[in-house]
Design a binder for this molecule. Structure first.
Ligand code: ZN
Ligand code: ZN
Length: 343
C-alpha cells in the first residue's frame, strides 16, 4: 500500500516521499489513516537543530507525536474501520515500578514517536498512514472534530502542569507565554475554574488566550508589569525563556507554586533564588502526562473549547516543510495542523 510521508533528513530539511506500508501489521498494532496531526515545540527543536534538549537524532525520522486518525485496519482489535480515535503517543513498558504507580511519563523504557529519546527512533505521524499499538488508540464520541482531537496530547501535557501546580477553582493563575502550550494551559486552568491571566510579547496571542478562557493579559514590553508582583497562587511557565522563571518568582505569591510546563533548553541563567526562599515558593516540573490524556479527550468531546481560536493554519503532509517554517518564523498564533493530501 503506497502512501505519502514526510521525513526530516537534516536540520530544516524535510523530504516528502512515497513509501509502502509493510504488508503485515504487528499483532498488537492497528493500521491508521491520518485525520489531523499538529506540530509541537518538540518537533520544532528537531526541525531547527536535528536535536532536542540534548538528544540528537541519529538518522532521518518522520516527526509528529500529536494526531487523531481513522482506523484503516483493526487487525483483530475492537475497532470499526473508519472509526476516529485519539492517539496517546506514550508507549509505556507497563511493567516497571513507575508504570506500576501509574507514572507512565517516568517510565525509563517508554517509546515515543518522532523523538531521539527512543532508539531505534520510531517514525511519527506526519504521514498519511501508520501502524500504532491498539492500546494507545482511544475511541471518541460521535461527531468529534478530528482537528480538535489532535489537541488531546498537548492538552494532556498542559493539564498535567496544571495538576502539578495544584490549581483549584479558588486560584488566580498566571500563564507566562501564549505559544500553543501556554494557550492550552489557559484552557486547562480555566477548566478547573481558576481565574487565569497571561503574558506574551504578541497582542494577538493574548487575544487568543482570552478566546479560550483568560480573564486578562499583559503584553510584555508594552504594558506595565509591576502590578503582577506577588499576585498569583500558581504561575505556569510556558514561554520556554529561562528569564521567565525570574518573572514567575516575582509574580507568585508567598507560599505559592511555580509549575514549569515549557521545555527550557539546557542553558545557564542566573535565578533569583532568594525569592524562592523568602517567599517559600514551591517549584514543580512537568513532563508529558499520566491520567490526563483521558481528561483531555473528555474536555475535547464536551465541545466547550474554541480550538479554532488557537489554530493558526493547516498544511497537507506534502507541505510539512512549509508548515514547520511557518512555526519557526514565530509569527503563528496557536497550533499549525498537518492534514492528509487526499481525503
Ligand atoms: Zn507535543
Ligand atoms: Zn515502564
Amino acid at each position: 500500500m503506497g502512501y505519502t510521508r514526510s521525513i526530516l533528513r537534516a536540520a530544516r530539511k524535510v523530504a516528502v516521499e512515497q513509501s509502502d506500508m509493510p504488508a503485515e501489521i504487528a499483532p498488537d498494532h492497528i493500521r491508521l489513516r491520518l485525520a489531523t496531526a499538529s506540530i509541537c515545540g518538540t518537533d520544532m527543536h528537531y526541525f531547527r537543530h536535528f536535536a532536542n534538549a540534548g538528544f540528537f537524532l541519529h538518522y532521518p525520522v518522520t516527526l509528529g507525536h500529536e494526531a487523531s486518525a481513522f482506523v484503516e485496519d483493526a487487525n483483530g482489535h475492537g475497532f470499526t474501520p473508519g472509526q476516529l480515535v485519539a492517539i496517546n503517543p506514550v508507549i509505556e513498558c507497563g511493567t516497571c515500578p513507575a508504570c506500576a504507580r501509574g507514572d507512565i511519563n517516568m517510565c525509563p523504557d517508554k517509546r515515543f514517536p518522532g523523538s531521539a529519546t527512543t532508539k531505534p527512533h520510531l517514525d511519527g505521524f506526519f504521514r498519511e498512514y501508520f501502524d500504532f499499538p491498539a492500546r494507545c488508540c482511544h475511541p471518541v464520541a460521535e461527531g468529534v472534530d478530528p482537528d480538535h482531537l489532535t489537541f488531546a496530547e498537548p492538552l494532556a501535557c498542559a493539564m498535567h502542569a496544571v495538576n502539578q501546580g495544584g490549581v483549584t477553582a479558588q486560584d488566580k493563575v498566571l500563564v507566562t507565554g501564549c505559544g500553543p502550550m501556554g494557550l492550552l494551559a489557559t484552557v486547562a486552568a480555566s477548566a478547573k475554574g481558576a481565574e487565569v491571566h497571561v503574558t506574551d510579547l504578541k497582542p494577538a496571542a493574548i487575544d487568543a488566550a482570552k478566546a479560550v478562557g483568560a480573564a486578562g493579559g499583559h503584553v510584555i514590553g508594552q504594558d506595565d508589569m509591576s502590578g503582577l508582583s506577588g499576585k498569583y497562587d500558581v504561575v505556569i511557565e510556558a514561554s520556554g525563556s529561562p528569564h521567565a522563571y525570574n518573572q514567575a518568582l516575582d509574580a507568585v505569591r508567598k507560599q505559592g507554586v511555580i509549575s514549569v510546563l515549557s521545555l527550557i533548553q539546557p542553558t545557564e541563567v542566573a535565578i533569583n533564588l532568594h525569592l524562592n526562599a523568602l517567599k517559600e515558593v514551591t517549584s514543580v516540573g512537568s513532563i508529558l502526562f499520566t491520567d490526563e490524556f483521558a481528561d483531555a479527550v473528555r474536555l475535547i468531546e464536551s465541545g466547550s473549547v474554541d480550538f479554532e481560536a488557537i489554530t493558526a493554519a493547516r498544511f497537507p503532509v506534502s507541505q510539512t516543510q512549509e508548515a514547520c517554517e511557518m512555526m519557526a518564523g514565530g509569527h503563528a498564533v496557536g497550533k499549525v495542523l498537518i492534514k492528509p493530501d487526499h481525503d
